[in-house]
Design a protein around this ligand. Sequence first.
Ligand code: FBP
Ligand code: MN
Length: 322
Amino acid sequence: MTTTASKVLDRVLVLEMVRVTEAAAIAASTLTGRGDEKAADAAAVEAMRAALNELDMDGTVVIGEGERDEAPMLFIGEKVGSGTGPAIDIALDPLEGTTICAKSGPNSLAVLAIAEGGGLLNAPDVYMDKLAVGPGLPDGVIDLDRTPTENVEAIAAAKGVKPADIIACVLDRPRHEALIAELRSIGCGIVLIGDGDVAGVIATTDPDTTIDVYMGSGGAPEGVLAAAALRCVGGQFKGRLLFRNDDERARAAKWGVTDLDRQYDLTDLAKGDCIFAATGVTDGSLLAGVKRRGKVMTTESVVMRASSGTVRWVKGEHRLDR
Ligand SMILES: O=P(O)(O)OC[C@H]1O[C@](O)(COP(=O)(O)O)[C@@H](O)[C@@H]1O
Ligand SMILES: [Mn+2]
């Protein structure tokens, strides 16, 4: 897939995005392991918002902390940045994995993705059925209309291994009982994660994790963020919104999502050029978490761009005494 570089995104320094996720991660890290999810999230949100507002852009939050009436900051539709400069859509999760952070578990991240206006699906805050594999497999190897067994068989055939050699990553939830039982019945290994499916999906792109496929439902906003990352590093992603009631369907309609049963592909979720950035809050498979040693805080971030496929790993040292 070749993607034309966006001149609009050129005007916002790619590396500026790292400063934004760093700020959120540092703020959240002061509350890591303190058992207070809300406080950690609020700290990350406030810091991310302040950092975004320093940038010269006409930014609109399309995926954020929720609807205006339920989120005081970084709500869907909120304008961020100076207001002058390029029109940019932003999907963000200042603290992806609030519970992880509160318990000091693995893989909580500060994440965001940006694209030209209209480039990101305005996913409502509902669940999404997700299926993802890393790069190098034939197109169409995964499909949400197939059973988990059929998908595992197709991935195994493409990799030249047995279905029992396939390792799947799945959120540890009662709703995934049948999925987990089916995968175990064909001998798959399952990496059960407590939270954090953005990292879970991205893990399929990193051979060091040994994870071949991500399966199961999680937040739709996190699905768009993960898709933006896979647009940059390669891989395949399928997503379908799941609605539990009419209120959720109405939310989708409100944000212009009309084809409710559609199976989304990577480019339906994040199209054109896009940039994905993340900073680790706690240690994880993608990034090390924020560490404080005396008066220095260290951060580890990644920023990547779809049009060039460039992936930059950024280590930061932040002095608390200056
Ligand atoms: O906990 P649920 O309802 O199964 O939702 C799953 C979603 O929650 C998370 O585990 C964590 O979400 P938060 O960032 O809101 O804490 C996501 O990674 C995932 O998509
Ligand atoms: Mn999240």
